[in-house]
Design a protein around this ligand. Sequence first.
Ligand SMILES: [Ca+2]
Ligand SMILES: [Ca+2]
Ligand SMILES: [Ca+2]
Length: 395
Amino acid sequence: MKLLVDEGIPIKFDGGPSTDVAYPGKNGTILDGGYSWDFNGDHIADATGRTVTHTFTKPGNFTVNLTVTDSVGWKSANASMTALVNDTKAPLPAFDILDSSKDWGTITSPMERKTYSFNASRTTDDHDKYNYSGGTGLNVTWTIPGPIVGMTGTNHTFYGINVTFAWQEWNSSYTVRLAVKDTGFGSNKPNTGYLNRSVQVQIDVTLHADLKVEAGTLKLNPADPEESAQMTVTVNVTNKAGRAAAGNVATQVLAISGGVTTVVATQADWFDKTGNPKGSHSIASPETVTLVFHLSLSGQGNKTLQVYVYDSSEPYTWITSENRASLPVNVRQPAWQPYAIYGSVIGIIALFVFGMYARRKIKAGEWRPLRGRRQKGGEEKEKPRREIKEEKKRL
Ligand SMILES: [Ca+2]
Ligand SMILES: [Ca+2]
Ligand SMILES: [Ca+2]
């Protein structure tokens, strides 16, 4: 006789059909306490009573024994059956991050671009274990977000109880998802347990540049430029100590006016601290460079000129107000502009005066209109000219 049950379900057992023969010809009496149940085959009683309720808390094959003893103390033969208990509970995933450089100690917050082992051997299941030599057992799948050293894409799947990788970039939160599947003992329906754990990846400060504009070094020449006239913007920029070299520096000058920001220069001349031109546009750590921008401003009036510098390796949390420097600037009317305006006005007046004068002369008959004169004498004058040209050719 075989019993098929799920783990965790209470099952009622009834020993009622048992009968007892105390000795030939006379029936004995079986008291309730005479029913002894062993549900796990260890021959140690787990319950007494004619009817008992038992819950199998673990999957597996178990031998159930019922021993019936009559009031006289004669033991009957055992009645036994086999119980096959299905695995219906998912594994409980758990993992540690191990640092080989610290004698495989457990850490919680890894460093960017450093390799660690992610180990799920603390995972438990009520039936299966991980099979290190392959074959059936717990099945472990990792889902790792974010860029990973030596891999493409931003979402990665790893298999196995121990996986090794390095995150390419620091991040306040990468959610590691661990899925562990059992074999589904008995029912052949595997159960999967999940664990989502947020992991903070620390920044390695030696892998990033950190630029700042030196306070008070921003100079405009001239300080009050004319509109559209050439001017220079000079500033000193430092890469802080203990950082990576800045090798891909973005440089910008912005003009801000009336809430509108315009990029007015992106290229600078680079000089080292001794004033010599710098061949490479990189800033070691620590080093200060001088940037000189040549630009002109359109639109008159008050503006804010802002220099903005950052390196492509600089984390966004390090690109702060220290990466910018600003000065107010009043863009003047160009010096030639008033003269041009006066000149135009005077010219218009002169034309008007001349017009009046000409009108009077024409009316008086002293001048003939231009159009009439051309029509009358035009053909007569052109003919001789043509003859002259022909003569020249002949010569
Ligand atoms: Ca037992
Ligand atoms: Ca299980
Ligand atoms: Ca910075």
